[in-house]
Design a protein around this ligand. Structure first.
Ligand SMILES: Nc1ncnc2c1ncn2[C@@H]1O[C@H](COP(=O)(O)OP(=O)(O)O)[C@@H](O)[C@H]1O
Length: 306
């Protein structure tokens, strides 16, 4: 349901004071189908339009009198639903880099299945111990561990409010189906495509600065100082042997996942520069946002004029 940050009703042929009326008495059944609830509405003696959130539209429309009273709906600012995006690609295809650029611009909550699993390992939990055995072999961690973990993050209030960017999930059709059953449907599925020889080189040279969280590449994006160079770490599964296993797993599963999202898939050449890759993704996200905005405008107009 859309949220309406504030709506003011001002009676125009009634003597009544809107503040004395409850939502249900003031706005009976003829408005009850509007895409917001009474808890989202506020009444005001004044006719000002308050808007506290990022809003996409306002209305100024006279509502036909159903029961003698006549109201001018001065403003309903609806918030379109936030973006829900999935990003997929082989190991080192650039998901992390693009996720950073996307979240910076669109404010989505970044949920990376691999990061959630590494956090479990770092915490020494039972799930983490089990997950590590699979990750060491470049295999998918069982759904019993991954699905619940991801679902909980998607259900978090931040993800619900700001929208989400799901990275590295789903990696199999069963994971995609589980997500669908829980009612999570993305607006766009981004697939980064990079030739295998580039991927292996990227993975083997990839390093992490544990202090800043920044990712470096020994050849393509070397650390700025000797001090940083000295503290860089390598992910335990970023070796040539393990990345080949991970690539194998990726190729085994990617087609099945893609087939579930084929209508909303954006394939991007991930071997282009990071700005070029982001340019394509950004263009698609802008379009999706415009479509969502248009949809809400259409729905709102339809419902208000009923
Ligand atoms: N959705 C998932 N389902 C099962 N296992 C996963 C999932 N996401 C990540 N993993 C495990 O974590 C490992 C690291 O994942 P990730 O950090 O996304 O790196 P990459 O995509 O480069 O392999 C994977 O090789 C796999 O073992």
């Amino acid at each position: 349901m859309a949220s309406c940050s504030s709506l003011s009703f001002t009676p125009i042929s009634s003597n009544s004071d809107p503040q004395k009326h409850s939502f249900s008495s003031l706005v009976p059944s003829y408005l009850s189908h509007l895409p917001f609830t009474s808890s989202h509405l506020s009444f005001s003696k004044s006719s000002s339009l308050h808007s506290r959130q990022t809003l996409f539209r306002t209305h100024c429309r006279r509502v036909p009198p159903p029961n003698g009273a006549s109201f001018l709906v001065l403003g309903c600012a609806q918030k379109a639903e936030p973006l829900r995006i999935m990003i997929s690609g082989a190991p080192a295809s650039g998901k992390g880099t693009q996720c950073e650029l996307i979240t910076d611009k669109y404010g989505l909550v970044h949920i990376a299945a691999g990061d959630l699993l590494r956090a479990e390992i770092a915490a020494g939990s039972e799930n983490g111990k089990q997950a590590k055995e699979y990750m060491d072999k470049g295999k998918l961690v069982p759904n019993e561990i991954v699905v619940t973990m991801v679902k909980e993050r998607l259900n978090g209030p931040d993800s619900q409010e700001k929208g989400w960017l799901l990275d590295g999930y789903p990696r199999s059709s069963s994971q995609a189906k589980a997500l669908k059953e829980f009612g999570f449907q993305p607006d766009l599925f981004i697939l980064l495509e990079v030739p295998e020889e580039i991927l292996v080189e990227r993975v083997v040279g990839r390093r992490l600065d544990p202090v800043t969280g920044k990712i470096y590449h020994l050849k393509y994006s070397p650390p700025e100082t000797e001090e940083i160079a000295a503290r860089l770490t390598q992910r335990f599964d970023d070796t040539e042997e393990k990345v080949k296993l991970r690539l194998h797993t990726h190729h085994q599963n990617v087609e099945a996942v893609l087939s579930m999202y084929k209508d909303i898939t954006l394939k991007v050449n991930g071997s282009a520069s990071k700005q070029e890759v982001f340019g394509q993704i950004d263009g698609a996200l802008t379009q999706v946002l415009e479509q969502k905005q248009g949809l809400w405008q259409h729905r709102g107009t339809q419902q208000i004029s009923m």
